[in-house]
Design a protein around this ligand. Structure first.
Ligand code: GLC
Length: 457
């Protein structure tokens, strides 16, 4: 046999190694994702500017209408719950969802591609419990992604690594094989979601924290299930191997923005519920998710929050430098309850007039207090006066000159600026019960002004 020249051997070896590398699952190559602070800022830019998005909890749980935790809360056996899939044939119309989100002034959407019940709204080789392989025979995620993109909005997917169908979630050590099967499903499904639907802008994890295993408790011999005390972590032998998923995410969709509920480096932090509004933070990106009508998954007869509450919440979030992800839970037929659609339209109408004080702004420099909150862009500071302390608002001094003050979309406001502070008042007719937005035009960019506390009561 003719001997191969050395160079050919090298080439063959190299090609072989490249082929191996290409076929090696990402799991073997958990490479770190290197990014400078500037690159991170640039990747987060659209999200920062968006400020307002729609969260959608939709799945089998819409049928009983008692929320997405119904299976757990009512201890419905897994096989019993699974029967809901036989009835799940919604008149799924993601174009109308996207139109509603747009009308509300929202810039991105996040859909539960799979919640804790394990039912996937997408075609998956890793599971049979999907909308594709049951009554609906549709890949709802595919349809949703197409509709959201078409509407010009950014596409987000929620995904729960934990799956109640696996005893391994409840007993990760005792039921190790089951826990590993659950992990396998998680790794494969994230890979599917990020490979099969084009660009995904947000991946929103829920319940993937190691400390969430068995709902944050342990089985203690002789004592039964005990919640782990605060600060104590899961010490068992099971691992989600999130670092491998993280490497896959960054390989498949390096631009994607992820939250921090799966113990991997987060692009933004999730705050949950109205009570978690929290403090001003303009360093680490964050998002408040909460409900429009008091429920995540559909529950009948839930009235939407009053318009005033919605607008004030949005202003408070933007003024704290965060994003608001407002949730709707469509009915089993796929429609969002009309009163909620109506409220979303009203929010959109408000944003149509006052959007300049929300979109593409950053929070501050006047820190939130009883009076309300403030945002800024370029040389303009927007004061969101949610509660007038009296006839005038007194703000602390800032190292910039106020050139003019006016009610956004309205008349000029009176102001005086000294080295002690700024006093502002508007005509009584200009006061809004919801949010009096006052634009202060400065002689310089407001970006350089440090956040400053406001004592106004
Ligand atoms: C909680 C709940 C879940 C909901 C989520 C939204 O973690 O478990 O049902 O999807 O909050 O943030």
């Amino acid at each position: 046999m003719k001997k191969l020249p050395v160079t050919n051997v090298r080439t063959i070896l190299l090609v072989f190694l490249m082929m191996v590398a290409a076929h090696t699952s990402v799991r073997a190559s958990a490479l770190p994702f290197a990014e400078t602070a500037e690159q991170h800022e640039a990747r987060m830019e659209w999200w920062r500017e968006a400020r307002f998005g729609m969260f959608i909890h939709f799945g089998l749980y819409a049928i009983p209408g008692r929320g997405e935790w119904v299976q757990w809360n009512e201890q419905i056996p897994v096989e019993e719950y699974a029967k809901l899939a036989d009835q799940f044939k919604p008149n799924f119309d993601p174009d109308s969802w996207a139109a509603t989100a747009k009308a509300a002034g929202m810039k991105y959407m996040v859909l539960t591609s799979r919640h804790h019940d394990g039912f996937s709204l997408f075609d998956s080789k890793a599971s049979d419990f999907t909308s594709m392989k049951t009554a609906a025979h549709r890949d709802f995620v595919a349809e949703y992604v197409t509709a959201v993109r078409k509407a010009g909005l950014h596409v987000g997917l929620y995904y729960s690594p934990l799956d109640w169908r696996f005893p391994g979630f409840f007993f990760p050590d005792l039921q190790r094989q089951s826990a590993e099967a659950m992990r396998e499903q998680y790794h494969r499904q994230v890979e599917e979601l990020l490979s099969n639907y084009g660009q995904i802008d947000v991946l929103w994890f829920d319940g993937g924290e190691t400390d969430w295993l068995n709902f944050g408790g342990d089985w203690v011999a002789g004592a039964g299930w005990k919640k782990r005390p605060k600060g104590e972590h899961y010490k068992g032998g099971f691992s989600w191997q999130h670092d491998e998923v993280y490497a896959a995410i960054r390989r498949l969709q390096p631009q994607i923005i992820i939250n921090g509920r799966a113990d991997m480096p987060e692009d933004f932090h999730s705050r949950e519920g109205d009570g978690a509004l929290g403090n001003f933070d303009n360093e680490h990106p964050w998002e408040l998710c909460t409900t429009l009508a008091g429920a995540w998954g559909y529950q009948p007869n839930r009235s939407p929050k009053p318009l005033k509450d919605c607008i004030q919440l949005l202003a408070k979030v933007a003024g704290r430098d965060g994003n608001l992800l407002l949730n709707v839970g469509p009915r089993p037929d796929g429609q969002i309850d009309p009163p909620q659609v109506q409220r979303l339209r009203e929010i959109g109408e408000w944003l149509g007039k006052y959007g300049a004080s929300i979109y593409s702004t950053r929070g501050g420099p006047f820190l939130p207090a009883d009076y309300g909150a403030s945002t800024h862009r370029d040389k303009t500071i927007y004061i969101h006066v949610l509660k007038w302390p009296g006839d005038k608002l007194v703000l602390p001094a800032i190292p910039a000159k106020v050139m003019s003050a006016s009610v956004l979309g309205g008349e000029v406001a009176s102001f005086s600026q000294t080295n002690k502070g700024i006093e502002i008042s508007v005509k009584p007719g200009e006061v809004s019960e919801v949010d009096t937005v006052i634009a202060l035009a400065l002689d310089q960019s407001a970006d350089g002004i440090k956040p400053i506390a406001v004592n106004a009561k």
